[in-house]
Design a protein around this ligand. Structure first.
Ligand code: TLP
Length: 347
């Protein structure tokens, strides 16, 4: 049976063009800075987000960790969204490895953190307080259902940060989704931030990798930290080559994933006992709940048995994510499967 895998856009496989580029990739030893494919990818990524330099890293998690390690010292506090990936899914690396305190500030349902909530959370010079060093934003905001931050909002956060002498990091794991959804460039979405990480291995379909971007000085320090963490790769041009294809050819098509997500959400809203918990679906992520009288464990097991994989989020909450390997026809199949499984569970 063909499975329709809606757990994440991370499940996308490399395209034929990526495999070909990987096969043909020019390589060198990247620890010596001699891998031409990596150097090209880093320059391309940095140019896309309007920064001076980039660094190829194995994962989005490492790009966030490097941004924190470079822009803080032990005992600092950093401001992160209450729904941020850094807080929920990065194994506490910022605290365990960077020695920083995570100050979570509420994400609003549309992903933003209120400016005044950020301002209230910035520490004074009081002797008892860990000094605030960094504000971290996330665009799109995964756990808010792929909500987008506008360039206008990000500019306001940057202005606030500057007024308090703080740095801003942007977790742009799905920055290109945010750009395509708003018809703005990734550069506009990154204007003013000190560091921005983009993921190649989500909707863009590359097999591995992220690029963290910032000033040349920032990247020089990040490179040293990456080496310490064991992330100094050698002929990794074979994977960077797929990342180049991702940036060159896979950005605009994200609009298809967004259209499929909208279609899916519209269909789900008509199914009794499925409750889409976000008012809008701007990108490729949908959060939903099953009615209380549906056994959530049985529900996801039955969906799987019928060929549809979902991400459980605890209790009766789930996430579905559209991507290149889910077609518009698959969306119809998913909707039929939802209806069938709910009906079966109730009878
Ligand atoms: N997110 C994954 C899981 O870890 C939850 C997913 O399936 O959505 N920032 C954001 C906003 C992310 O969503 C993710 C991955 C990361 C960072 C980390 O990227 P990787 O998985 O490359 O370390």
């Amino acid at each position: 049976m063909k499975m329709i895998d809606l757990r994440s856009d991370t499940v996308t496989h490399p395209t034929e063009a990526m495999r070909q580029a990987m096969y043909e990739a020019e390589v060198g030893d990247d620890v010596y800075g001699e891998d031409p494919s990596i150097n090209k990818l880093e320059m391309m990524a940095a140019a896309k987000v309007g920064k001076a330099a980039g660094l190829f890293v194995p994962s989005g998690t490492m790009s966030n960790l490097l941004a924190i390690l470079v822009q803080t010292t032990r005992g600092n506090e950093i401001i992160v969204g209450s729904e941020s990936h850094i807080f929920h899914y990065e194994v506490g690396g910022a605290s365990a490895l960077g020695g920083v305190v995570l100050r979570t500030v509420n994400n609003q349902p549309h992903g933003e953190i209120e400016l005044e909530d950020i301002e209230k959370s910035i520490r004074s010079q009081d002797i008892h307080s860990p000094p605030t060093a960094l504000i971290c934003l996330e665009n799109t905001q995964n756990r808010c259902g792929g909500m987008v931050l506008t360039p206008f909002y990000t500019a306001k956060v940057v202005k606030l940060a500057r007024a308090h002498n703080l740095k801003v990091h942007l977790d742009g794991a799905r920055l290109f989704n945010a750009a395509v959804a708003q018809n703005v460039s990734a550069m506009e979405l990154s204007r003013g931030v000190d560091s921005v990480g983009i993921c190649l291995s989500k909707g863009l379909s590359a097999p591995v990798g992220s690029v963290i971007c910032g000033s040349s000085e920032f990247i020089e320090r990040a490179r040293k930290w990456r080496k310490m963490l064991g992330g100094g790769m050698r002929q990794a041009g074979v994977i960077a080559a797929a990342g180049i294809v991702a940036l060159e050819t896979m950005v605009e098509r994200l609009a298809e994933d967004h259209a499929n997500a909208k279609k899916l959400a519209e269909g789900m809203r008509t199914i009794k006992d499925i409750i889409v918990t976000q008012d809008i679906v701007p990108t490729n992520i949908i959060l939903f709940e099953t009615a209380k009288n549906i056994d959530a464990v049985k529900f996801s097991a039955k969906m799987k048995a019928e060929g549809v994989l979902l991400s459980p989020r605890g209790g009766n909450q789930f996430r579905v994510v559209t991507h290149r390997m889910v077609s518009t026809a698959d969306i119809d199949t998913v909707l039929m499967t939802f209806t069938k499984v709910i009906k079966n569970l109730k009878s």
